[in-house]
Design a protein around this ligand. Structure first.
Ligand code: PLP
Length: 495
């Protein structure tokens, strides 16, 4: 199977090349030319498998330059019991008769980014070998909080790799910042950027297209790649858990073979819900893909109207990992829904770059509204939902997950749709203690990491081990730069 750029389908490469490159040279995203289909009995076959086996089964169909035994060894390492604190890796928890919650935060950094970023370093280092690459790869990451830590943890001390993470100075939670600034490893760097996530992301994209930087790094024996969800190696491991969730529901006899489900996904860069779309295309009976946003509701408007317009106020919310106005992975959806019309995708992206907006064709819009529903939820409502979930179900959820539960509620009220729905839970509530405690009515918050115990004592829910370990760590990184000086950080780190 080959991968092509969403902006030029003549630019074709293998999976290993797509993963090593991260981004196409024309700025497009490398995307499978055809999507593999599950066999008629595929879901049934996977029903009794472990999560690791399901990962091999699914990824195999996209990576024909990798062997099954390679993938099995990656999956065993990525999703081992030392990395994940739940034996099912991505367990499905029943909330009520028709609502399930897919918990994706049992990994080493307590957010769903671990699902892909524990796998990506294995895929990437194997890809470099397959490509006979002699240079060292430097992973540049722009993060709204969770990707940075998950990428640092995934790549720490991985041979032939360096990693440099940029996060918006005032756009991440205190725990998220501490998680990143205390990162161990000899090949890692962390730096904050003045501005919001879009500033950090735009800055990183600029570094990727900086020819002078590229040439200079080459003489030093380095090349740049990405661990953001623009890298196919990030999206692919995410397809697995949607298929796995359906298999769990089948196995536990919550649904019968062929029964439809909906999924509701708290969305920022559109990577997670895009993976759900691919799972659907592969043959998982997903009825509606429900896209949940916070007050940065550019996707809600887009899905409802077909017009993408980033010219609007940016809000810092209590679900910071969704504080995004430019959702990079939407480009892959446009590519799919336009029947891989690279000219059309390029045109939309040019319009987005120049005027901050575009309007999709009626054909794309029709398809989009058949597949997707969308809604948004502000901070006040997010807090109410956290409080209500705790009171009614003794289920402690984080603000991102709460946004999804609220949007599902709105969707059900509007449509009357009773399809069983899987809500995707993307982070541990302990990553966002202050907002969660506030939602539970606490007004006096403990300082620093003591806030973890405060939430635990109030609820009886234990602090996840990786967060409890933060108490004994001292920060290693404290630099802040402006967008214009990110390049200096790269050159400094790769001296
Ligand atoms: C990254 C993130 C999201 C958004 O996921 P996308 O793939 O960017 O849409 C939602 N919630 C949490 C906790 C995250 O870390």
């Amino acid at each position: 199977m080959y991968y092509v750029s969403t902006r030029n389908t003549q630019d074709r490469c293998t999976a290993a090349q797509a993963i090593a490159r991260g981004l196409a040279t024309d700025g497009g995203l490398m995307t499978p030319e055809v999507l593999p289909k599950l066999s008629a009995n595929g879901l049934n076959t996977m029903k009794e498998m472990s999560y690791q086996q399901r990962a091999v089964f699914v990824m195999n169909s996209y990576l024909d330059d990798f062997t099954s035994s390679e993938l099995a060894s990656f999956a065993a390492k990525a999703y081992s019991g030392t990395k994940f604190d739940h034996k099912e890796v991505a367990p499905v928890r029943q909330v009520d008769d028709s609502t399930y919650c897919l918990e994706l935060w049992h990994g080493p950094t307590c957010a769903f980014k671990d699902m892909a970023l524990q796998m990506l370093p294995h895929l990437l280092t194997a890809s470099l070998k397959k490509n006979q690459e002699t240079k060292t790869v430097c992973i540049l990451v722009a993060t709204s909080g969770d990707t940075g830590k998950a990428a640092l943890e995934g790549f720490r001390d991985v041979d032939k790799t360096r990693i440099l993470v940029f996060y918006p100075k005032d756009g991440v939670s205190a725990i998220q910042e501490l998680q990143m600034n205390t990162q161990d490893g000899g090949n890692v760097g962390v730096c904050s950027v003045v501005g919001n996530f879009d500033d950090a992301q735009t800055g990183v994209k600029k570094l990727f297209s900086d020819e002078a930087l590229r040439a200079q790094l080459e003489t030093r024996g380095y090349f740049l790649s990405s661990a953001n969800s623009i890298n196919w190696g990030r999206v692919l491991p995410q397809i697995v858990y949607y298929i796995s969730a359906y298999c769990d529901l089948l196995r536990d006899e919550k649904i019968k073979k062929g029964d439809p489900i909906n999924v509701c996904v708290p969305t920022g860069n559109f990577g997670n819900i895009l993976a759900a779309y691919y799972a659907r295309e592969m043959g998982v009976p997903i009825n509606k893909l429900i896209c949940a946003s916070n007050s940065n509701n550019v996707l809600t408007d887009f899905i409802r109207t077909g017009q993408y317009d980033r010219n609007r106020t940016f809000y810092n919310t209590m679900s910071p990992s969704m504080d995004i106005l430019i959702s990079s992975n939407l480009e892959r959806l446009l590519f799919a829904l336009s029947d891989q019309d690279d000219n059309q995708v390029r045109e939309y992206m040019n319009q987005l770059n120049s005027g901050g907006m575009y309007q999709v064709s009626p054909a794309i819009q029709t398809k989009m509204s058949r597949l997707f529903a969308a809604g948004c939820c502000d901070d006040a409502q997010t807090q109410k939902v956290i409080g209500r979930m705790w009171q009614e179900h003794k289920y402690l959820i984080d603000p991102h997950t709460a946004v999804a539960f609220d949007v599902l509620d709105q969707y059900r009220k509007e449509t009357g749709d009773k399809t069983p729905t899987v809500v995707v839970s993307t982070a541990s509530p302990f990553k966002f203690c202050d907002s969660v405690l506030g939602a539970l009515g606490v007004t006096e918050l403990a300082e620093g990491t003591a806030i973890l115990d405060q939430l635990s004592e109030l609820t009886g829910v234990p602090v996840p081990a990786p967060l409890a370990a933060l108490k004994n760590k001292t920060p290693r990184f404290d630099q802040t730069v402006t967008k214009e000086h990110m390049v200096d950080q790269v050159l400094e780190m790769l001296k």
